[in-house]
Design a protein around this ligand. Structure first.
Ligand SMILES: NC(=O)c1ccc[n+]([C@@H]2O[C@H](COP(=O)([O-])OP(=O)(O)OC[C@H]3O[C@@H](n4cnc5c(N)ncnc54)[C@H](OP(=O)(O)O)[C@@H]3O)[C@@H](O)[C@H]2O)c1
Length: 401
């Protein structure tokens, strides 16, 4: 038994990964907004949503001290008696039906200052998750988004715009991890599923919603892309094989499929664990390229983060049962990298709304005392030339260039 455990533990490190069944990919909903109650339903009536009156009612106001509204674009309303009246912050978060996304939605909801758009592929699962987590109905709206379909991404943006709500923060959080897959699977447009979902779907979403963020009159506007230590080869976890490596991006140029080249970005053989890590490198490179291109002009804060090892999330749902049993204690007692979903949610919520975390272009991490700090990205994940190349190829693949 001891031998068995010993042989499992190293492999638990090497398979720091989760799977996702293809069947669940088909569990997509349909166009639309899940409205929590009749009151909100009435407010989503198109004739109402365009009016300023609607906005005031839909997004209840709160009063904050002027000093706490820290950075960039000043809010539009007058500020009598050194106080400003501010509406709720509207935060779109992808993948809020479980794990980090759900915990973040809950943490933000508990502030009473945010309305979360839960952008999910499984409408009912998201509704149930919000209910189980105890998120008050007035603090969230579920909207359908399947990142594995660029058409769905465009539909989501359309639906969101028609809701009439402003956009103050976008959090690209959803992800799939297919470490045990023997063969690649593909998105609706034929891209390998992990990179197609985690990077290309989010790339299109971020690019389209940038215009909406620019229009926001909220004091801080942010675009956050969740990264991972596993994509950073300057860390121990990032050095567990297979390591992330985008190479010269030849597989991406070929469209990430078996027809033209390879389902892997670097043009190599399919490896589900590596595809996930590569996608996380893409997430971190994209955040930095967005920062270089748009921060100065727009005042938007672009950031990424590693929330810690949340060893019990759905990310590992398709892993072998023994891995799922041993991985959490291994992370808790041996690597000590473990964080609960609740703690990770609070960390991401900090990056969304904490006035002290408005620096742009930063990859946030937390130390043992749960204090945030600016972390260093690996050589590849901070390579500006690669970020530019990734940007240009991705633009073509998602139909923006
Ligand atoms: N867990 C960790 O230790 C860890 C560490 C570092 C970073 N992260 C990052 O944290 C983020 C959240 O992961 P998690 O650990 O919270 O895993 P999770 O519980 O599996 O959450 C992933 C979410 O993404 C959604 N999703 C998957 N494919 C989608 C698609 N095609 N369209 C829309 N949504 C989709 C899932 O929806 P369904 O419920 O419908 O499947 C789920 O809501 C990921 O970016 C991951 O890379 C996690």
């Amino acid at each position: 038994m001891a031998l068995q455990a010993a042989s499992i533990l190293p492999s638990t490190v090497s398979i720091y990964k989760e799977g996702k069944s293809n069947a669940s990919l088909k569990e997509t909903g349909f166009f639309g907004v899940s409205v929590p109650n009749n009151h909100l339903k009435a407010e989503f009536d198109c004739s109402l949503i365009k009016s300023k009156e609607f906005r005031k009612r839909e997004l209840p106001v709160r009063t904050i001290r002027a000093q706490t509204a820290t950075t960039t674009p000043a809010i539009t309303e007058a500020a009598p008696e050194a106080k400003k009246t501010l509406r709720k912050c509207v935060v779109v978060i992808t993948g809020t039906s479980s794990g980090l996304g759900l915990a973040t939605a809950k943490a933000l909801s508990e502030t009473g200052q945010c309305h979360v758009i839960m952008a999910c592929r499984n409408f009912l699962k998201a509704e149930r998750a919000a209910k189980t987590a105890g998120i008050p109905k007035e603090n969230y709206t579920v909207m359908h988004l399947d990142l594995a379909s660029l058409e769905s991404v465009r539909q989501f943006v359309d639906t969101f715009r028609r809701s009439g709500m402003p956009l103050d923060v976008l959090v690209c959080n959803a992800a799939v991890y297919l470490p045990t897959a023997k063969e690649p699977t593909y998105t609706a447009e034929g891209f390998e599923l992990s990179v197609g979902t985690n990077h290309l779907g989010h790339f299109l979403l971020a690019r389209l919603l940038l215009d909406d963020l620019k229009k926001s009159d909220y004091p801080t506007k942010r675009l956050i892309i969740v990264g991972s230590i596993t994509g950073n080869t300057n860390t121990l976890a990032g050095n567990v094989p297979p390591k992330a490596n985008l190479g010269d991006l030849r597989g991406l140029v070929g469209g990430l499929n078996d027809l033209n080249s390879s389902p892997m970005i670097d043009g190599g053989e399919f490896d589900g664990a590596k595809a996930y890590k590569d996608s996380k490198v893409c997430n971190m490179l994209t955040m930095q390229e967005l920062h270089r291109r748009y921060h100065e002009e727009t005042g938007i804060t672009f950031a990424s983060l590693y929330p810690g090892c949340i060893a019990e999330t759905g990310l590992f749902r398709n892993h072998i049962p023994l891995f799922r049993t041993l991985f959490p204690p291994f992370q808790k007692y041996i690597t000590k990298g473990y964080v609960s979903e609740e703690e990770a949610g609070k960390r991401l919520a900090q990056v969304v709304s904490d006035p002290s975390l408005t620096k742009s272009g930063v990859y946030w991490s937390w130390n043992k005392n749960s204090s945030s700090f600016e972390n260093q990205l690996s050589k590849e994940a901070s390579n500006a030339e690669k970020a530019l190349k990734l940007w240009e190829i991705s633009e073509k693949l998602v139909g923006l260039a």
